[in-house]
Design a protein around this ligand. Sequence first.
Ligand SMILES: *Cc1c(COP(=O)(O)O)cnc(C)c1O
Length: 243
Amino acid sequence: MRTDAMTDEDIKSILAHNIASVRRRMAAACRRVGRPDDDVTLVAVTKYVANRIAQWLVNEGVHDLGESRPQELWRKADTVRGNVFWHLIGHLQRNKIDRTLPLTTLIHSVDSERLLIALNEWGRNNQRIVNVLIEANVSGESAKTGMIVTDVAALAKLMRSLEHVRLRGLMTMAALQDAEACRPTFRRLRQLKVELETQLATILDDLSMGMTNDFEVAIEEGATIVRLGSCLFEGLVEDDLKA
Ligand SMILES: *Cc1c(COP(=O)(O)O)cnc(C)c1O
């Protein structure tokens, strides 16, 4: 049995410290490539933690939260209070669209034409525009999720016919490796965005790329959204996070 349990106040102060440190690192990465300090949105990934920890992140001023599983997003969105924008960063099954869409600001992980068409249908039926990113597999065999690059490039025609979906950009997950080794993946995603912009004759706002291991490199390569979990919870153990 654990005898050194942290108090809530200890946990909150570690969270505040981690958030400040991550924001400083984000700002420094922006500055290195001549971007404004606050150019990048931090999405705090809450899949590792209990509701109350997610709530404390919001209380500390982190307003964008990400979940990879729809059911977990529903559960947290039901209890976390305040000004919160929820991001779905993992696979969305079509039978979960109805419950997920009303809660979600941005779907990062659209990985098929079928899903795009289903999201458009939901948007039409509910008089809403659905904001999406296409998840692209640009790192090759090592990534298990996302659309292959040639399929992404072929989406432009379909996108033009979907009036209730707004494509805001692209998302990717780099292979889990040394941050510098992820740079070509991030660069490739940015290129792919430019190709798509040309085809669609429109500007896409967002590149969602960068996790704990590689977010500074992702920002140097143009990320507008980073999705960070582990680095926000450093110094806390499973018992603190899940309780
Ligand atoms: C878990 C997860 C993250 C956060 O990863 P960390 O390495 O803990 O920062 C980001 N994006 C996706 C899609 C995830 O599933």
